[in-house]
Design a binder for this molecule. Sequence first.
Ligand SMILES: [Zn+2]
Ligand SMILES: [Zn+2]
Length: 139
Amino acid sequence: MSALTRSPDPGIPDLPGWALAPPDPAEAEQLRKRILTHVLKMPRSAGACWLWRGQRDGAGYGTIRIGGRKRLAHRVAFEAWRGPIPGGRPLHHKCSRPDCVQPWHLRPMTAGDHNRLHAAKRRRAVSTTTRVAAGDGHR
Ligand SMILES: [Zn+2]
Ligand SMILES: [Zn+2]
């Protein structure tokens, strides 16, 4: 594995303490390889989005089958690189791209904080332009 895929994104700071070790290194490694076959890194530099080019759901989120179950690809990517999602919380896309699965673009947030953040983003979008669909990354 290259250092690029493992090192935290220096450009987008995250809350400290979220970088948990995956529970089973061999399983996580296999999952990482599988995820990367569906990913387009744009551009190829540290901190760039990893755009999902596999199956997507109606909202634009990548999906992947794990053990017969369809799961959201960005959540699986977070688990594969960073470990279990604390409390199964919503993951916020800091880059606002629902099809991005870059693990360091995802921030676990409480549902309340997440909703407030998106409400604030929507208010800003509405105040700057009259009608902007607030289609920024959610879930
Ligand atoms: Zn991204
Ligand atoms: Zn969000």
